[in-house]
Design a binder for this molecule. Structure first.
Ligand SMILES: NC(=O)c1ccc[n+]([C@@H]2O[C@H](COP(=O)([O-])OP(=O)(O)OC[C@H]3O[C@@H](n4cnc5c(N)ncnc54)[C@H](OP(=O)(O)O)[C@@H]3O)[C@@H](O)[C@H]2O)c1
Length: 281
């Protein structure tokens, strides 16, 4: 595994495991629990140590499955990210949400706790004070945001004693400008985060699997040139960038192994430039 700096004191793996759709989507679906726990354990055995989740994923069931899967692993070796939903951003609600996630994850602390998305209807001051409180209580180690614009990051940071360590945004070869945030990522959000030492965690790196198959000309060419799969090229392109890490969701062991094969080698700068400039979406 390769790592990048999360804050002054701690690093984070360049590739983690996403858990959106594990255990259900907007509601819990327990049909595949056994296979899902087993897939998360397999990912950990293969060397994945960062797991990304959120209280809304399968209405908390994704967190429950992670809690089961990590029980036999050394907690210190793992980095767990979870997210508070935008409807739970008052001071009291955020603390209740964090405690719910801790209970479902069966852990004493969350490494990185993110605001899943901004909510203009709830004043951010109380939200950030609750984040500070959770850090003081050692219930979370670091805090961050997700789907925030530059102005929203600046506004949130004004009210917090602790630093916003990360912004999780939709970013992949196919989604380069706005994604879920209403502002350009490549010209605005990413440079701002890079210059202000805020880690960017790119979500949906494979565009939900669309980048993990043949069909895009440059990806197909580079796949032949490097003897890597399209998914490996797409992930390597992301992590070649300063202050960017990512995570893919997979419960398929072959896909997990394939995605881990995106690490440990580097695309040449000329090919990164081609993907930057010529990738046809
Ligand atoms: N902050 C936010 O608002 C936000 C929003 C969305 C997602 N996220 C996070 O980001 C994570 C990753 O994004 P995502 O899950 O939406 O999309 P993704 O990782 O780009 O794609 C996941 C899909 O691709 C398939 N896949 C994975 N590796 C593959 C491979 N090597 N070959 C073929 N198919 C492959 C998976 O199926 P298999 O399981 O069959 O491999 C799954 O259907 C999420 O799980 C979640 O943790 C955050």
């Amino acid at each position: 595994m390769e790592f990048k700096k999360l804050t002054e004191n701690i690093t984070i793996p360049v590739l983690g495991l996403g858990t959106w759709t594990i255990g259900g989507r907007d509601e819990a679906d327990t049909t595949h629990d056994k296979e899902d726990v087993s897939a998360i354990k397999t990912a950990l055995q293969l060397g994945v140590t960062h797991i990304d989740t959120g209280e809304s994923y399968a209405q908390g069931h994704a967190e429950e499955l992670i809690g089961k899967a990590i029980s036999g692993f050394e907690r210190k070796s793992l980095c767990i990210t979870s997210k508070v939903s935008p409807e739970h951003l008052t001071y009291e609600d955020l603390i209740t949400s964090a405690k719910g996630s801790l209970r479902r994850l069966r852990t004493d602390y969350i490494d990185l706790y993110l605001i899943h998305a901004p909510n203009p209807d709830i004043p951010i001051e109380g939200t950030m004070k609750a984040m500070d409180h959770l850090i003081e209580q050692k219930l979370i180690r670091y805090m961050g945001v997700s789907n925030f614009s530059v102005e929203q990051i600046k506004e949130a940071q004004k009210y917090a004693k602790n630093r916003i360590a990360a912004n999780q945004i939709e970013y992949n070869l196919l989604v380069r400008d706005k994604g879920r945030v209403t502002e350009n990522m490549e010209s605005k959000i990413i440079p701002y985060c890079q210059e202000n030492d805020i880690l960017i965690i790119a979500w949906r790196p494979l565009a939900n699997g669309r980048l993990a198959k043949p069909g895009y000309k440059i990806l197909d060419e580079l796949s032949k040139k490097y003897n890597k799969t399209q998914a490996q090229i797409a992930i390597n392109w992301l992590i070649s960038k300063k202050r960017i890490v990512t995570m893919t969701k997979s419960t398929n062991v072959e896909h997990l192994k394939e995605n881990l094969g995106a690490i440990g080698w580097k695309l040449k700068q000329e090919d990164i430039d081609r993907l930057n400039n010529e990738f046809v979406r």
